[in-house]
Design a protein around this ligand. Structure first.
Ligand code: FAD
Ligand code: NAP
Length: 395
């Protein structure tokens, strides 16, 4: 029997694995990590490559190593300190990847990810004994404890796509999850309409512009510029102290949503977009929302609020992801077996991020009611790992 199974091998799972092994190296043989890619950080790496992201949005202390200074030390030891940008030391993507490879080696975690996805989770019938996980390779795994660290939810599709008239080719309408800039083959002057307002929409706009496309970026509100998703006060005790003291989970949810306040872009990408706008390469439509889209005669005819009409060859939806228990197959199964309190589909977990009454812990965005607005980011992974490790080593 494997004692601890971590579902997912993204940055959050790696952060927890390293912390656990730093605290108790003998946990090595009791730890099992399962991810369909069979590798660490596959989704992370893919999103960085597909959107050609030059550096992270998060500061240098946010990474999977238990020592917050480790990334900065690594950069200096490799004479790569110039790859830490600005006052917050935002790491370049390739520096971060090299550092993570070193972390994986330091904790002897190479080759430890089993290539399978977890399809079913079963709690023990009488509340005692191991949990049972069914994997996509047809095997069953028994576990004393499970951590679900499976990432950022399902794509958020605007409602108007349900009513699209006309048969558009598959690549004429895509969510950002399906876009791969390096693999893109565009006709000269192809017109791309990007719906968004977050940093993904900015990177996709810049990537399409570099390839000679004509880009229209549509934001349902004004384009907001901020260094991070939320004020830096949320990356420490300044605001988190009051957040943790707040007993009402509905109020906490509101605080999380207010702190992030939807999507935002960094001042650097904002400057690049404005420059492209000044040069007439980019059209920015703020406070503009699509009402309907029709595919006819090989192009999109798009009707926006206020009756404005736009046309395009492709539509890209950089509209983010939906997070919720109802969006997540394993959490739906848990909720059927042991219902818990949900606040608008977000779970109310224990202080150690445990699904109450079970030895199942969560990491990632769905821990926001406990961890705060940065739960889905690298910072959230560090916070979550700090809460979970004690529960693991106690048993
Ligand atoms: C383009 C982009 C850039 C970002 N940049 C930053 C940044 O600079 N700084 C920052 O702090 N945050 C950033 N984020 C937020 C980011 O998503 C997180 O920091 C990070 O990827 C979350 O890590 P994770 O481990 O929760 O999820 P993921 O990296 O998504 O990893 C989850 C893993 O779980 C696996 N999985 C899913 N379902 C199952 C299953 N049933 N069984 C087994 N395995 C499963 C997946 O295959 C995946 O490998 C960015 C997000 C995006 C979209
Ligand atoms: N390291 C990097 O450089 C990098 C790059 C990309 C992303 N990221 C991070 O990754 C995370 C996700 O970013 P993201 O940009 O993918 O998602 P996001 O931050 O959630 O932004 C999604 C955007 O889509 C808009 N939207 C959602 N539904 C819509 C609809 N139906 N119609 C019109 N607009 C809609 C939202 O508008 P509202 O604002 O009005 O809600 C929001 O601006 C963030 O934490 C971000 O910082 C980092």
């Amino acid at each position: 029997m494997a004692d601890l199974v971590i579902v997912g091998a993204g940055p959050q799972a790696l952060t927890l694995s390293c912390l656990l092994l730093q605290k108790r190296s003998r946990l090595h043989r009791r730890l099992r990590i399962v991810d369909p890619s069979g590798r660490w950080l596959s989704c992370w790496q893919r999103q960085m490559e597909r959107y050609e992201i030059p550096w992270l949005r998060s500061p240098s202390p946010h990474h999977p190593h238990p020592n917050a200074h480790a990334l900065r030390r690594f950069a200096h030891s490799q004479q790569r300190h110039r790859q830490l940008e600005g006052a917050y030391g935002l790491p370049h993507t390739d520096l971060f990847a090299a550092f993570c490879r070193e972390v994986i080696a330091e904790f002897a975690l190479e080759g430890r990810v089993q290539a399978a996805s977890v399809e079913h989770i079963r709690l023990p019938a009488n509340g005692k004994g191991p949990l049972e996980l069914s994997l996509s390779d047809g095997t069953t795994v028994q576990a004393g404890r499970v951590v679900i660290a499976t990432g950022n939810g399902t794509p958020q599709w605007p409602t108007w796509i349900k009513a699209i008239a006309g048969e558009a080719p598959a690549d004429a309408l895509q969510h950002s999850d399906g876009i791969d800039l390096p693999a893109l083959r565009l006709r000269p002057g192809e017109r791309i309409l990007i719906v968004g307002g977050g940093l993904t929409s900015a990177h996709l706009s810049l990537g399409a512009l570099r390839r000679g496309a004509k880009v229209q970026l549509l934001c349902r509100r004004g384009l907001k510029q901020k260094p991070f998703d939320a004020d830096p006060g949320w990356l420490g005790s300044k605001y988190l102290k009051g957040f943790h003291a707040e007993p009402c989970m509905h109020r906490r949810r509101r605080l999380v949503l207010e702190a992030r306040d939807g999507g935002s872009i960094t001042p650097e990408t904002g400057a690049e977009l404005r420059e492209a706008q000044r040069r007439g390469k980019l059209q920015l439509h703020e406070h503009c929302e699509v009402q309907a889209a029709h595919w006819s005669s090989g192009e999109w005819d798009i009707v926006c609020g206020g009756g404005q009409r736009l046309s395009a060859d492709r539509i890209w939806l950089a509209t983010g992801h939906r997070q919720g228990v109802s969006q997540h197959p394993l959490l739906q199964q848990l909720h059927q077996q042991l219902p818990i309190e949900l606040v608008d589909d977000w779970p109310v977990l224990g202080p150690d991020l445990r699904w109450p009454g079970t030895p199942v812990h969560l990491m990632g965005g769905l821990t926001a009611l406990q961890v705060g607005p940065a739960a889905r980011n690298l910072f959230g992974g560090r916070e979550a790992a700090q809460r979970i490790w004690r529960a693991v080593v106690k048993h």
